[in-house]
Design a protein around this ligand. Structure first.
Ligand SMILES: Nc1ncnc2c1ncn2[C@@H]1O[C@H](COP(=O)(O)OP(=O)(O)OP(=O)(O)O)[C@@H](O)[C@H]1O
Ligand SMILES: [Mg+2]
Length: 256
Protein backbone atom coordinates (compact mmCIF):
# COMPACT_ATOMS: atom_id res chain seq x y z
CA UNK A 1 0.00 0.00 0.00
CA UNK A 2 1.15 3.54 -0.82
CA UNK A 3 0.17 6.24 1.63
CA UNK A 4 0.61 10.00 1.45
CA UNK A 5 0.13 11.82 4.74
CA UNK A 6 -0.25 15.60 4.88
CA UNK A 7 2.03 16.17 1.91
CA UNK A 8 3.05 19.81 1.40
CA UNK A 9 5.05 21.38 -1.39
CA UNK A 10 6.02 24.99 -2.01
CA UNK A 11 7.85 26.60 -4.89
CA UNK A 12 9.37 30.03 -4.26
CA UNK A 13 7.13 30.62 -1.25
CA UNK A 14 3.98 29.68 -3.15
CA UNK A 15 2.04 26.68 -1.86
CA UNK A 16 1.51 24.17 -4.67
CA UNK A 17 0.28 21.21 -2.63
CA UNK A 18 -1.25 22.03 0.71
CA UNK A 19 -2.36 18.91 2.56
CA UNK A 20 -2.52 15.82 0.38
CA UNK A 21 -3.68 12.58 1.99
CA UNK A 22 -4.06 9.46 -0.09
CA UNK A 23 -4.08 5.68 0.26
CA UNK A 24 -3.60 3.42 -2.73
CA UNK A 25 -4.08 -0.33 -2.40
CA UNK A 26 -1.82 -2.76 -4.25
CA UNK A 27 -2.91 -3.40 -7.82
CA UNK A 28 -5.21 -0.39 -7.92
CA UNK A 29 -5.35 2.23 -10.67
CA UNK A 30 -5.71 5.74 -9.25
CA UNK A 31 -6.05 8.90 -11.32
CA UNK A 32 -4.91 12.31 -10.22
CA UNK A 33 -7.22 14.74 -11.96
CA UNK A 34 -7.25 18.52 -12.06
CA UNK A 35 -6.81 21.63 -14.18
CA UNK A 36 -3.49 22.70 -15.67
CA UNK A 37 -1.02 23.95 -13.08
CA UNK A 38 -2.83 22.44 -10.07
CA UNK A 39 0.20 20.34 -9.07
CA UNK A 40 -0.45 16.92 -10.63
CA UNK A 41 3.03 16.38 -12.09
CA UNK A 42 4.57 17.74 -8.89
CA UNK A 43 2.66 15.12 -6.89
CA UNK A 44 3.73 12.33 -9.27
CA UNK A 45 7.36 13.47 -9.00
CA UNK A 46 7.06 13.49 -5.21
CA UNK A 47 5.92 9.85 -5.26
CA UNK A 48 8.71 8.99 -7.72
CA UNK A 49 11.30 10.70 -5.53
CA UNK A 50 12.37 13.30 -8.09
CA UNK A 51 10.98 16.13 -5.97
CA UNK A 52 11.26 16.39 -2.18
CA UNK A 53 8.25 17.24 0.01
CA UNK A 54 8.36 20.26 2.34
CA UNK A 55 6.13 18.48 4.84
CA UNK A 56 4.27 15.24 5.40
CA UNK A 57 5.16 11.64 4.82
CA UNK A 58 5.22 9.07 2.04
CA UNK A 59 4.81 5.51 3.29
CA UNK A 60 5.16 2.40 1.15
CA UNK A 61 4.17 -0.97 2.59
CA UNK A 62 4.46 0.45 6.10
CA UNK A 63 7.94 1.95 5.55
CA UNK A 64 8.59 5.69 5.61
CA UNK A 65 10.22 6.51 2.27
CA UNK A 66 9.81 10.30 2.41
CA UNK A 67 13.58 10.78 2.22
CA UNK A 68 14.46 7.57 0.36
CA UNK A 69 16.28 8.45 -2.88
CA UNK A 70 14.46 7.81 -6.15
CA UNK A 71 16.58 4.85 -7.27
CA UNK A 72 15.99 3.03 -3.99
CA UNK A 73 12.20 3.42 -4.12
CA UNK A 74 11.94 1.15 -7.18
CA UNK A 75 9.06 3.08 -8.74
CA UNK A 76 9.08 4.04 -12.38
CA UNK A 77 7.53 6.72 -14.54
CA UNK A 78 6.46 7.12 -18.15
CA UNK A 79 6.80 10.79 -19.04
CA UNK A 80 4.28 12.56 -21.20
CA UNK A 81 6.70 12.94 -24.11
CA UNK A 82 7.75 9.25 -23.85
CA UNK A 83 11.46 10.25 -23.66
CA UNK A 84 12.54 7.39 -25.95
CA UNK A 85 16.06 7.26 -27.37
CA UNK A 86 15.70 8.27 -31.05
CA UNK A 87 19.04 6.75 -32.07
CA UNK A 88 18.12 3.27 -30.78
CA UNK A 89 15.58 0.91 -32.36
CA UNK A 90 12.51 -0.36 -30.52
CA UNK A 91 14.02 -3.47 -28.91
CA UNK A 92 17.13 -1.56 -27.79
CA UNK A 93 14.89 1.06 -26.20
CA UNK A 94 12.93 -1.66 -24.40
CA UNK A 95 16.10 -3.35 -23.14
CA UNK A 96 17.96 -0.15 -22.24
CA UNK A 97 17.39 -0.16 -18.48
CA UNK A 98 18.32 -3.83 -18.21
CA UNK A 99 21.98 -2.94 -18.86
CA UNK A 100 22.22 -1.73 -15.27
CA UNK A 101 20.00 -4.44 -13.81
CA UNK A 102 20.52 -7.52 -15.95
CA UNK A 103 18.19 -10.43 -15.28
CA UNK A 104 15.51 -8.38 -13.54
CA UNK A 105 13.16 -9.67 -16.27
CA UNK A 106 13.74 -13.08 -17.88
CA UNK A 107 13.79 -13.46 -21.69
CA UNK A 108 10.35 -15.04 -21.44
CA UNK A 109 8.99 -12.15 -19.41
CA UNK A 110 10.39 -9.64 -21.92
CA UNK A 111 8.84 -11.56 -24.82
CA UNK A 112 5.49 -11.87 -23.02
CA UNK A 113 5.43 -8.11 -22.47
CA UNK A 114 6.29 -7.42 -26.13
CA UNK A 115 3.47 -9.77 -27.10
CA UNK A 116 1.00 -8.16 -24.66
CA UNK A 117 1.76 -4.69 -25.98
CA UNK A 118 1.62 -5.80 -29.63
CA UNK A 119 5.16 -4.70 -30.42
CA UNK A 120 6.56 -7.87 -32.00
CA UNK A 121 6.51 -6.67 -35.60
CA UNK A 122 8.03 -3.30 -34.69
CA UNK A 123 11.13 -4.41 -32.77
CA UNK A 124 13.68 -3.44 -35.43
CA UNK A 125 12.04 -0.15 -36.37
CA UNK A 126 13.49 3.24 -35.55
CA UNK A 127 11.50 5.37 -33.12
CA UNK A 128 10.76 7.94 -35.86
CA UNK A 129 8.98 5.23 -37.87
CA UNK A 130 6.39 4.68 -35.12
CA UNK A 131 2.98 6.25 -34.57
CA UNK A 132 2.14 8.02 -31.29
CA UNK A 133 0.33 4.97 -29.91
CA UNK A 134 3.22 2.68 -30.83
CA UNK A 135 5.71 5.03 -29.14
CA UNK A 136 3.50 5.06 -26.04
CA UNK A 137 3.51 1.24 -25.97
CA UNK A 138 7.33 1.15 -26.33
CA UNK A 139 7.60 3.61 -23.43
CA UNK A 140 5.33 1.36 -21.34
CA UNK A 141 7.34 -1.76 -22.27
CA UNK A 142 10.65 -0.07 -21.47
CA UNK A 143 9.35 0.88 -18.04
CA UNK A 144 7.65 -2.43 -17.29
CA UNK A 145 10.69 -4.65 -18.04
CA UNK A 146 12.26 -2.98 -15.00
CA UNK A 147 9.46 -4.45 -12.84
CA UNK A 148 8.55 -1.24 -11.02
CA UNK A 149 6.83 -1.60 -7.66
CA UNK A 150 4.58 1.28 -8.70
CA UNK A 151 3.90 2.54 -12.22
CA UNK A 152 3.52 6.30 -12.61
CA UNK A 153 2.06 7.68 -15.82
CA UNK A 154 2.00 11.41 -16.63
CA UNK A 155 -0.75 12.17 -19.15
CA UNK A 156 -0.20 8.88 -20.99
CA UNK A 157 -3.11 9.39 -23.36
CA UNK A 158 -3.08 13.12 -24.07
CA UNK A 159 -1.28 12.82 -27.41
CA UNK A 160 -3.59 10.06 -28.61
CA UNK A 161 -7.16 9.94 -29.78
CA UNK A 162 -10.00 7.66 -30.80
CA UNK A 163 -9.32 3.97 -31.25
CA UNK A 164 -5.63 4.23 -30.30
CA UNK A 165 -6.53 5.92 -27.02
CA UNK A 166 -9.03 3.18 -26.18
CA UNK A 167 -6.50 0.45 -27.01
CA UNK A 168 -3.80 1.97 -24.76
CA UNK A 169 -6.38 2.35 -21.99
CA UNK A 170 -7.20 -1.34 -22.33
CA UNK A 171 -3.47 -2.21 -22.18
CA UNK A 172 -2.98 -0.16 -19.02
CA UNK A 173 -5.91 -1.96 -17.38
CA UNK A 174 -4.64 -5.35 -18.56
CA UNK A 175 -1.13 -4.69 -17.20
CA UNK A 176 -2.42 -3.53 -13.81
CA UNK A 177 -4.51 -6.70 -13.56
CA UNK A 178 -1.95 -9.15 -14.99
CA UNK A 179 0.99 -7.90 -12.91
CA UNK A 180 -1.08 -6.70 -9.94
CA UNK A 181 0.72 -3.40 -10.47
CA UNK A 182 -0.27 -0.30 -8.54
CA UNK A 183 -0.66 2.45 -11.13
CA UNK A 184 -0.98 6.21 -10.64
CA UNK A 185 -2.11 8.18 -13.68
CA UNK A 186 -2.06 11.94 -14.05
CA UNK A 187 -4.66 13.46 -16.33
CA UNK A 188 -6.61 16.66 -16.87
CA UNK A 189 -9.38 14.77 -18.69
CA UNK A 190 -12.28 13.64 -16.45
CA UNK A 191 -13.48 11.10 -19.01
CA UNK A 192 -10.07 9.40 -18.98
CA UNK A 193 -9.93 9.35 -15.19
CA UNK A 194 -13.48 8.11 -14.78
CA UNK A 195 -13.21 5.30 -17.29
CA UNK A 196 -9.74 4.06 -16.39
CA UNK A 197 -9.37 4.04 -12.65
CA UNK A 198 -10.63 2.39 -9.47
CA UNK A 199 -10.34 5.69 -7.60
CA UNK A 200 -10.02 9.29 -8.72
CA UNK A 201 -8.40 12.12 -6.77
CA UNK A 202 -9.45 15.59 -7.86
CA UNK A 203 -7.07 18.40 -6.92
CA UNK A 204 -7.93 22.07 -6.80
CA UNK A 205 -5.65 24.83 -5.52
CA UNK A 206 -3.33 22.40 -3.78
CA UNK A 207 -6.04 20.52 -1.89
CA UNK A 208 -8.01 17.38 -2.54
CA UNK A 209 -11.45 18.40 -3.74
CA UNK A 210 -12.73 14.83 -3.73
CA UNK A 211 -11.38 11.31 -3.59
CA UNK A 212 -13.70 8.50 -4.56
CA UNK A 213 -14.72 5.87 -7.06
CA UNK A 214 -15.77 7.12 -10.52
CA UNK A 215 -19.32 6.27 -9.54
CA UNK A 216 -19.19 8.38 -6.36
CA UNK A 217 -17.68 11.32 -8.21
CA UNK A 218 -20.26 11.35 -10.98
CA UNK A 219 -23.27 10.68 -8.77
CA UNK A 220 -22.33 12.55 -5.60
CA UNK A 221 -19.89 15.34 -6.42
CA UNK A 222 -18.72 16.68 -3.09
CA UNK A 223 -18.60 20.35 -3.97
CA UNK A 224 -19.17 22.91 -6.66
CA UNK A 225 -15.67 22.66 -8.07
CA UNK A 226 -15.98 18.91 -8.70
CA UNK A 227 -19.40 19.33 -10.21
CA UNK A 228 -18.34 22.16 -12.50
CA UNK A 229 -14.99 20.70 -13.50
CA UNK A 230 -16.37 17.27 -14.31
CA UNK A 231 -19.61 18.37 -15.89
CA UNK A 232 -18.10 21.21 -17.91
CA UNK A 233 -15.36 19.04 -19.33
CA UNK A 234 -17.74 16.23 -20.18
CA UNK A 235 -20.16 18.76 -21.68
CA UNK A 236 -17.43 20.24 -23.89
CA UNK A 237 -16.66 16.76 -25.19
CA UNK A 238 -20.32 15.98 -25.75
CA UNK A 239 -20.78 19.23 -27.68
CA UNK A 240 -17.78 18.43 -29.84
CA UNK A 241 -19.25 15.04 -30.62
CA UNK A 242 -22.62 16.62 -31.49
CA UNK A 243 -20.84 19.10 -33.73
CA UNK A 244 -19.15 16.23 -35.51
CA UNK A 245 -22.42 14.38 -36.01
CA UNK A 246 -24.22 17.49 -37.16
CA UNK A 247 -21.42 18.28 -39.61
CA UNK A 248 -20.40 14.96 -41.15
CA UNK A 249 -17.96 16.77 -43.45
CA UNK A 250 -15.77 17.29 -40.39
CA UNK A 251 -15.44 13.53 -40.08
CA UNK A 252 -15.18 12.47 -43.70
CA UNK A 253 -13.66 15.66 -45.05
CA UNK A 254 -15.74 15.30 -48.23
CA UNK A 255 -19.14 16.63 -47.18
CA UNK A 256 -22.31 14.76 -46.36
N1 LIG B 1 10.62 23.29 -10.50
C1 LIG B 1 9.70 24.22 -10.32
N2 LIG B 1 10.03 25.43 -9.83
C2 LIG B 1 9.09 26.38 -9.60
N3 LIG B 1 7.77 26.22 -9.83
C3 LIG B 1 7.38 25.04 -10.30
C4 LIG B 1 8.31 23.97 -10.57
N4 LIG B 1 7.61 22.91 -11.04
C5 LIG B 1 6.32 23.28 -11.06
N5 LIG B 1 6.17 24.55 -10.62
C6 LIG B 1 4.89 25.26 -10.48
O1 LIG B 1 4.02 24.46 -9.70
C7 LIG B 1 2.69 24.51 -10.20
C8 LIG B 1 2.20 23.10 -10.46
O2 LIG B 1 2.94 22.54 -11.55
P1 LIG B 1 2.66 21.09 -12.10
O3 LIG B 1 3.61 20.87 -13.21
O4 LIG B 1 2.69 20.13 -10.98
O5 LIG B 1 1.17 21.24 -12.63
P2 LIG B 1 0.25 20.21 -13.43
O6 LIG B 1 -0.98 20.05 -12.66
O7 LIG B 1 1.04 19.00 -13.76
O8 LIG B 1 -0.09 21.06 -14.75
P3 LIG B 1 -0.28 20.55 -16.28
O9 LIG B 1 -1.66 19.92 -16.34
O10 LIG B 1 -0.24 21.82 -17.05
O11 LIG B 1 0.82 19.61 -16.61
C9 LIG B 1 2.73 25.41 -11.42
O12 LIG B 1 2.28 26.69 -11.05
C10 LIG B 1 4.17 25.45 -11.81
O13 LIG B 1 4.51 26.65 -12.41
MG1 LIG C 1 1.74 18.17 -15.59
Amino acid sequence: MLELEHIKKEYDGVTILNDINLQINDGEIVSILGPSGCGKTTLLNLILGLVEADGGKIIFNGKDITYTPMEKRGFNIVFQDYALFPNLNVIKNIRYGLKNKPGISSEKEINDLIELLGLKEHLNKKIEQLSGGQKQRVALARTLVMKPKILLLDEPLSALDGVIKESIKAKIREIAREYHLTTVIVTHDPEEALTLSNHVMIINKGNISQFGTPDEIVNTPKNEFVEKFILQQLEIKRNNIYTLFESPELITGVGA
